[in-house]
Design a binder for this molecule. Structure first.
Ligand code: CP
Ligand code: NVA
Length: 312
């Protein structure tokens, strides 16, 4: 599989086989790291890590991924560079593309990361925008594969804010990879019809289904229940409105029991607001899986960099 030189902006741009390749490579890199074997595939590369929003997992995963494979990471926060303030994105992209071999970007508008990719001339990796969070999905899929041994046929239910970056990206990732995907959310927080239609095409190809509903009973038979914060970064002023709207969609004991399966696992991309989207007892009962998922951010992000920029 040759993904060299490709940017990683959303999973829409990758085939089922290509996504499978990222997951297999991540599993291989994970096994190597556990065995104490480090790589050199990014040796001599300089990587820019641009963060307009805060991050624990994504920042640390890119930093460690670079260092483990011999690259130099350079962290650039919103206040450190001119991007979009004193200088156009097009110009900053062209400057960074002359100096760096790859660029990670986390920020607000998705158009920014698209412009960076278009103008920099080097691979650009989306570390989260308002619309998509594709590196998180690779970690989630790897974790599901570790738990169940396969992806196809899994019933994956996302409950909560059904139109945020996580809901959008999980719908893309699950429909590409053949997991039956359900979003349970109040109608005002449903994903766009356009994205649902796009994902329905992916689902048809991979032989799975997509359902969007307000009905919490749709968790029945779920293998995975997934949620995310009710207010994403940049939406802090919506807190009270969202709590009122989403209270019936909290993941708690009662909701988990509605699956009718003792084997259902709970997942969360983190950071979590316990007491809002999930209760502390459900979070702690699933902490092994949740922190496997967090660790897998590192292995999957490393795989994305190695596949798109590394030497074989
Ligand atoms: N899940 C995730 O992206 O976490 P951070 O915001 O800490 O990077
Ligand atoms: N939806 C969340 C995801 C955090 C990883 C946010 O954008 O804040």
């Amino acid at each position: 599989m040759n993904l060299h030189g490709r940017s990683f902006l959303t999973l829409k741009d990758f085939t089922k086989e290509e996504i499978g390749y990222f997951l297999d490579l991540a599993a291989e890199l994970k096994a190597k790291k556990k065995a104490g074997i480090m790589g050199t595939s990014l040796k001599g590369k300089n990587i820019a890590l641009i963060f307009e929003k805060p991050s624990t997992r994504t920042r640390c995963s890119f930093t460690i991924g670079c260092i483990d494979e011999g690259a130099h990471p350079e962290y650039l926060s919103r206040d450190d560079i001119q991007l979009g303030h004193k200088e156009s994105i097009e110009d900053t992209a062209r400057v960074l593309g002359r100096m760096f071999d790859g660029i990670e970007f986390r920020g607000f508008e998705h158009e920014k990361v698209e412009k960076l990719a278009q103008y920099s001339g080097v691979p650009v990796w989306n570390g989260l925008t308002d619309s998509y969070h594709p590196t998180q999905i690779l970690a989630d899929l790897l974790t599901v594969k570790e738990q169940f041994g396969h992806l196809e046929g899994i019933k994956f239910v996302y409950i909560g804010d059904g139109r945020n970056n996580m809901a959008n990206s999980l719908m893309i990732g699950c429909s590409k990879m053949g997991l039956d995907f359900v979003i349970i959310a109040p109608k005002v927080l449903w994903p766009s019809n356009e994205l649902v239609e796009t994902c329905n095409v992916f689902a048809k190809e991979s032989g799975c289904t997509i359902e969007v509903t307000e009905d919490v009973e749709a968790v029945k038979d779920a293998d995975v229940i997934y949620t995310d914060v009710w207010c994403s970064m940049g939406e802090e002023n919506k807190a009270s409105e969202r709590v009122a709207l989403l209270r019936p969609y909290q993941v708690n004991k009662e909701l988990m029991s509605k699956t009718g399966k003792a084997s259902t696992i709970f997942m969360h991309c983190l950071p979590a607001v316990k007491g809002n989207e999930v209760t502390e007892d459900i979070f702690e009962a699933n902490s092994k899986v949740i922190f496997d998922e967090a660790e897998n951010r590192m292995h999957t992000i490393k795989a994305v960099m190695v596949a798109t920029l590394g030497k074989n």
